[in-house]
Structures are given as structure tokens and as C-alpha cells.
Design a protein around this ligand. Structure first.
Ligand SMILES: C[S@@+](CC[C@H](N)C(=O)[O-])C[C@H]1O[C@@H](n2cnc3c(N)ncnc32)[C@H](O)[C@@H]1O
Length: 305
């Protein structure tokens, strides 16, 4: 179903299913022979959502190799490698941020991210998680049911990031006078380009000096390339449909021209560094992606205010 202004979802439908998909990839990556990440919560969370296809991937009943196809631009194995590198990038970002004395973190679009439970946070750390209400509620309840306890003071905030999330964050006790470490992982493609700008503006307004931001930037596509991108996504969705999972990912994203995140932040008082996905893969000991594998154009940005 195409996106609409006020659409909402749970973890098995629409944009919510992408959170389950990347958690399944973290489960696959955590089971690899020499794992780059260890996310013990990924598989149990995916199982709790109960989408058969992702459950089978998360448990290993379906292996990435079972889904391999020669006409596929990027298989599940390489997707899991990419998610492992991305996970480590944001994990390392938080570790660095806390060494500068930051004690307040905001995970935007937290999905099934378990960092508030699995990272080794300083004792006085406060972590806010923002996502749609149903997503927040599901993860918090499921992890509590599994006996997991947060390793920081966790304050989940269920609100749509297209709405007045700064007010909801303030209600949850966010202190804009303190420096904050923000992450936006796997989010921007699901926001229209102007909503991405507004989100970055609001983060900037709420960021005291010394704040840091790490984000995954989707490549700006020229309108004439949109169809090629959509076809690539539809081909992946088509192969997954053969395994009983029927969501067309190309309908969930907003393509077209959008601001390059690092440039935008630099224009708003941030100092930035940016690395392509392949730099991360190599940094964490994995082979780079070929140019035609789609994800190679994604950039990972770190910014300091
Ligand atoms: C690909 S998932 C990434 C989840 C998580 N950051 C991770 O990497 O595991 C995208 C997430 O963005 C959230 N999201 C997208 N648009 C949103 C919006 N307008 N408001 C709140 N959450 C949103 C979805 O609910 C979903 O959890």
C-alpha cells in the first residue's frame, strides 16, 4: 500500500516490517562464523513479531544461501554484512560520544534496536527511544517478558517523527541544555525529503554545544534514476514473496531529490565526516560491495556541534 501523510504501522506491516527485516539481518550476522556483532535480542524479538519469513531467517531454518539468486543485486548474506557494519558504526559512535562526557542519547526510529539493553553504558546514562507508539510498546513489553533489563535509564517515547516529537521528548524528560548523542539509523528513506530537513532542523535546535549526531544518509536520486531504484527493490520483494512474505519495499520509501545529510548539517553549524558503506565493511573486516550492489552508495555521517 502506498504511503500516506498520517500512516501508522506495527512491526509486521508497512514501514514497521523493515525494522523486523533489519533485526533478522542482525540475527543472521550474529550467527556468522566470525561475527562482527553480537545482538542476543535480535532473534527473540523477530520471533516475537511472528512474520514467518523473518522468523525462519532469524532462527537459521532458512539460510541466506537458500535465497541466493544470480539476478539479485544483493543477497541476504551481503545485506546481513551491511547491517553488521552499520550496527558496529552506531555502537562505536555511542561509545565515543560517552567518552566526551555525553550522558543523554536519543535513538530516532529505534525499531527493534536493543542498544539500550546490550551496550555497556556509563552508570548515569539516559537513553530515549523514539518510534511509532505500537513499535515502542511491542519492543518494551517483549523484552521485559524475556527478562531483559536496560543497561541505561531507558525512556521510550511513542510518537510519529513527522509530528511534534520534540514536545513528546521534552515530556519524557529530555534536557536540551545538555549535550546529546543522536542516531538516525535506517530512517531517512522512509521520510519525505522535506520531513528529513525538518527533522534535522529540530535536532539542531535541540542540540547543545558538544552534541553529536550519527546518521545513515540515503543517496539523492535524480528523478530519472527512480525507476531503476524501484525495479531493484521490487526484484528483492518479488523473491521474498516466493517465501510467503508479501510487502513491496519500493512502495515504502520516498525517492527523488533530497538533501545530502552531511552538506545540510554543515550548513546548520555542524562539523561532519562522512564515509561510504564500503569503508565501514572494510573497517570491520568484510569484503566491500560491488558498485552494482545498491547499498554501496549509502553514506554514514558523524557530526559534532
Ligand atoms: C529500517 S527500520 C530501522 C529501525 C532501527 N533504527 C534499526 O536500525 O534497527 C525503520 C524504522 O523507522 C521507523 N519510522 C519510520 N518512519 C517513522 C516515523 N514517521 N515516525 C516514527 N518512526 C518511524 C519505523 O517504525 C522503523 O522502526
Amino acid at each position: 500500500m502506498p504511503r500516506t501523510d498520517g500512516d501508522t504501522w506495527d512491526l509486521a506491516s508497512s514501514v514497521g516490517a523493515t525494522a523486523t527485516m533489519v533485526a533478522a539481518a542482525r540475527a543472521v550476522a550474529s550467527r556468522a562464523r566470525n561475527p562482527v556483532i553480537d545482538d542476543p535480542y535480535a532473534a527473540p524479538l523477530v520471533l516475537a513479531v511472528g512474520v514467518d519469513f523473518f522468523t525462519k531467517l532469524a532462527t537459521g531454518e532458512l539460510s541466506p544461501e537458500d535465497l541466493h539468486s544470480n539476478d539479485s543485486p544483493v543477497g541476504i548474506r551481503r545485506f546481513a554484512d551491511g547491517m553488521a557494519a552499520r550496527t558496529r558504526f552506531f555502537d562505536d559512535f555511542f561509545a565515543d560520544a560517552t567518552t566526551t562526557g555525553i550522558r543523554q542519547a536519543v535513538i530516532l526510529a529505534s525499531g527493534l534496536d536493543a542498544r539500550a539493553y546490550r551496550l555497556n553504558w556509563p552508570q548515569d546514562m539516559v537513553v530515549f527511544e523514539i518510534d511509532q507508539a505500537e513499535v515502542i510498546e511491542f519492543k518494551t513489553t517483549t523484552l521485559a517478558g524475556l527478562g531483559a533489563t536496560p543497561s541505561a535509564e531507558l525512556r521510550p517515547v511513542g510518537v510519529d517523527l513527522r509530528h511534534d516529537w520534540p514536545a513528546a521528548l521534552a515530556d519524557a524528560g529530555f534536557d536540551a541544555a545538555k549535550p546529546t548523542a543522536w542516531i538516525a539509523e535506517g530512517l531517512f528513506g522512509y521520510l519525505p525529503p522535506d520531513a528529513q530537513d525538518r527533522l534535522l532542523d529540530r535536532i539542531t535546535e535541540l542540540s547543545a554545544e558538544g552534541s553529536r549526531l550519527a546518521a545513515e544518509g540515503v543517496p539523492p536520486h535524480r528523478a530519472e534514476d527512480d525507476e531503476q531504484v524501484r525495479n531493484r527493490m521490487q526484484s528483492n520483494s518479488g523473491r521474498w514473496r516466493d517465501h510467503g512474505f508479501d510487502i513491496d519495499f519500493s512502495e515504502l520509501v520516498f525517492l527523488g531529490d533530497r538533501a545530502e545529510v552531511a552538506d545540510y548539517l554543515q550548513g546548520h553549524g555542524w562539523r561532519t565526516t562522512s564515509a561510504p558503506a564500503n569503508d565501514l565493511l572494510v573497517r570491520y573486516g568484510m569484503a566491500p560491495l560491488d558498485d552494482d550492489e545498491g547499498f554501496a552508495e549509502i553514506r554514514y555521517i558523524t557530526a559534532v556541534r
